[in-house]
Design a protein around this ligand. Sequence first.
Ligand code: DI6
Ligand code: FE
Length: 403
Amino acid sequence: MNLLLINASIVTMETGDSGYQIQQDQFIVLSSGKISQIGSMQDLPDSVFDHILDCSSKLITPGLIDCHTHLIFAGNRAGEFEQRLNGATYQEIARGGGGIMATVHATREASEQELIEKALKRLSGLIRDGVTTVEIKSGYGLTLASELKMLRAAKQLELYADIKVSTTLLAAHAVPPEYISDADSYIDYICASIIPAAVEAQLVDYVDVFCEGIGFNLAQSKRVFSSALKYGLGIKGHTEQLSNLGGSILAAEMGASSVDHIEYLDQKGVEALAANGTVATLLPGAFYFLRETHLPPIDLLRKYKVPMALATDFNPGTSPIASIAMIMNMGCTLFNLTPQETLRGVTCNAAKALGLEKQRGQIKVGFDADLCLWNIDHPAQLSYEIGTPLLDLRIINGEICND
Ligand code: DI6
Ligand code: FE
């Protein structure tokens, strides 16, 4: 199967500092799931193609990548949202047994099929905005069986929707009730049982830890990361979201692909990201939903040339927002990112956050043929206009999706 795109305006998102790299009047050949040729329309090859698509008046970007979500869970936390509006804080609710733990109870009860069905609805929001790859974390099971159930459900979304899924084990999201006064024993269990079983079942690409006062401390985080690395898995962290514990420096020095949230990251932390090639993943949805006021150190990240990714963090407690378009807009309005930075954040830099920078996130020969065609004139529109369906169609592995 091959596909020829003609009259294409391509926003390549090739890495480098010089703009969007828009190329007009191009053709693109997609074959065997990859981008196999790109060139000027004057040099159009005269080979035979299974399918030809005229892209006049469209803009083509890489398929968008949402590199941080918690899409699999049961229940909802609208009641807590109301409690917070009546004065309770996120941390107080968590300490009272609500918060993440409320979702853990609901998720443990749910069947795998129920989890898939609920996630498909949320996923449809991301797909409508042009997402072709989504990262999904476990972390609402906190037992071996229920963490694996979440990861299996996440992987199976690929069978029900046109989407590529990257999975992350976040067993170290919260201390479960069974271990409430003994977090270290829960860490033992994660390292000795959950990580090996997830590896054995081939269900996991990355291991993540919530390193925070209401999560896990530095020593505990280090043990989980070490165990993940021993099994050849990549690591990433929920770090410096609500306070500065130094989790970002720890994760970066251990080789993390990304550290995520980082509202409270300081200069030393930024330097550690720069020194280790770690991506800074910004999550303005959680910032907005928690009415956080402490901004991530955007200017320092720019100064040290740390690649910034941007993601929905879709989850029931702090970011129930299934729209990467909305998140790109928030990246601009709340974090002062430019539309070019937000687009990099959901293409080339998001690919790097998932260790996929040599395959996805750019329009380049040899890369996966995952593309979006948009009914827009300029890429800045993707961060500017909320709610209007701008997407014309998605292409995954060289095939036009049935959205
Ligand atoms: N930080 C977050 O914002 C989410 N997890 C985390 O570690 C929130 C998860 C939840 O409240 O359910
Ligand atoms: Fe998260």
